[in-house]
Design a binder for this molecule. Structure first.
Ligand code: PEP
Ligand code: MN
Length: 348
C-alpha cells in the first residue's frame, strides 16, 4: 500500500505511521516530495489499511494494484530525476549517452570519446564485459578496458556507463563507472538485480529481448526493493517476427512506461535496429515520443569495429543527428545540450 501524508504532516506523524507499518510486517520506503511525504509499504503481509488511515497526518491510503510497487506512479507521482554529477537524467533535458559498443584500444576509446563529446553527448558508453551470442566473438577487454574508458571519459569531461554481466564484476565496475548497465540478456538475472539493489551507483536496466513491459518493470523493482532508488529503464528493441531489422524498437513503450512508472526511460536505437542507416530516424522518433535520453553506438572507425560496427554511427553522422535533436527536443518542451563543444571552439 501507499500512504499519502497530508501536506502539513509533521516529522513525528510520519515516524508514527512508519512504526505502525513496520509493526504490521511491511518493508517501508519513504519518498519525500516537494509537497508531501509518501510512504510505500511492500511485502507479503496484507494488514488492515484502516489501522494506518486513522493515524494523525494521514491523507489517504492507496492500494497499489500493479505487481511492481516502488516502480509505480502510485508510489511516486513525480518523475524520478537521477543526478550523476552535474547531469540530471529524467529532468527537462534529454540526455544523450554515446560511444563504442566495446572498448578496443586506447586510441579507439579516446577518439570515440572526443567525437561524442564534441557533438554534445553528456555520458560516454562502452563495454568492457560483453555479452556475445557466440563464445567465439570478442568478449571485451575486462578491467583494462574499464581503465581506458574511465580515463577517456575523464579527459573529455564525460560521465561513464558500462555493462555489468555478473555479480562477481560489480565491485570492479563500480570503481570505474558512474552508471551500471544491465544488458537485455541479464534483465531477469534476479541474483544480479538483487545485488545491484545494494549498490550506490545508478543502474540502467535494458529491456529483455522478449520481455513484456510488466516483466521489465518487475526487474527494476528488484533493484528498488533492495534500496537503490536510482534506476532508469532502456528500451532497446524486442524480438518479433520481423527480420529486416535486428530487433523491433518499441517506441510505444516510452509513453506506456511513463504512465505506469516514475523512472526515466532511455532509448537505444542502435541495438533497436541493428543498422546504421536506421539509427537516426529512430533516435529522432524516440525524442519526439518523449524519451528522457538516448544511448547510441558511435565508433571512430565503425567499419573495423570489433563488435556491432554495422549499427555504429560515424562521428559525422552523430554530429548531424545531435543537430536534428536540437530542433526536435524544444518542439516538445524539452531541452537538450544546446552548445556542442565544437561551437565553443574546442577540438575539431
Ligand atoms: C550493449 O549495450 O552493448 C548491449 C550489449 O546491449 P543489449 O544488452 O541491449 O543487447
Ligand atoms: Mn553493442
Amino acid at each position: 500500500m501507499v500512504v499519502v501524508m497530508q501536506e502539513r504532516a509533521t516529522g513525528e506523524q510520519v515516524e508514527r505511521v512508519i512504526a505502525q507499518l513496520v509493526e504490521m510486517g511491511f518493508d517501508v520506503h519513504r519518498s519525500t516530495g516537494a509537497l508531501r511525504t509518501v510512504i510505500g509499504a511492500v511485502g507479503g503481509k496484507t494488514g488492515d489499511p484502516r489501522l494506518v488511515e486513522v493515524l494523525d497526518g494521514v491523507q489517504e491510503v492507496l492500494r497499489i494494484t500493479e505487481p511492481y510497487k516502488l516502480a509505480s506512479r502510485t508510489f511516486r507521482p513525480e518523475n524520478t530525476v537521477i543526478t550523476v554529477g552535474d547531469v540530471r537524467i529524467g529532468g527537462d533535458e534529454v540526455i544523450v549517452m554515446a560511444g563504442p559498443c566495446s572498448a578496443e584500444t586506447e586510441e579507439q576509446v579516446d577518439a570515440s570519446a572526443a567525437a561524442v563529446k564534441r557533438a554534445g553527448a553528456k555520458i560516454f558508453r562502452g563495454g568492457a564485459y560483453k555479452p556475445r551470442s557466440s563464445p567465439y566473438s570478442f568478449q571485451g577487454l575486462g578491467e583494462p578496458g574499464l581503465r581506458l574508458l574511465r580515463s577517456a571519459a575523464d579527459r573529455h569531461n564525460l560521465k561513464l556507463i558500462s555493462e555489468v554481466m555478473d555479480i562477481s564484476q560489480i565491485e570492479t565496475i563500480e570503481q570505474y563507472t558512474d552508471i551500471l548497465q544491465v544488458g537485455a540478456r541479464n534483465m531477469q538475472n534476479f541474483t544480479l538485480l538483487r545485488e545491484l539493489g545494494k549498490s550506490r551507483k545508478p543502474v540502467m536496466v535494458k529491456r529483455g529481448i522478449s520481455a513484456t513491459i510488466e516483466e521489465w518493470l518487475l526487474s527494476a523493482e528488484y533493484i528498488l526493493a533492495g534500496g537503490n532508488m536510482n534506476v532508469m529503464l532502456c528500451e532497446r528493441g524486442i524480438r518479433t517476427f520481423e527480420s529486416y531489422t535486428r530487433n523491433t524498437l518499441d517506441i510505444s513503450a516510452i509513453p506506456v512506461v511513463q504512465q505506469l512508472s516514475h523512472l526515466p526511460v532511455i532509448v537505444d536505437p542502435s541495438h533497436g535496429t541493428g543498422r546504421r542507416d536506421k539509427v537516426a530516424p529512430m533516435a529522432r522518433a524516440a525524442v519526439a515520443a518523449g524519451a528522457d535520453g538516448l544511448i547510441i553506438e558511435v565508433h571512430c572507425d565503425p567499419d573495423h569495429a570489433m563488435s556491432d560496427g554495422a549499427q555504429s554511427l560515424f562521428p559525422s553522422q552523430f554530429d548531424r543527428l545531435m543537430a536534428e535533436l536540437r530542433t526536435i527536443a524544444p518542439a516538445i518542451g524539452r531541452g537538450i545540450c544546446v552548445e556542442p563543444a565544437a561551437r565553443r571552439g574546442w577540438g575539431r
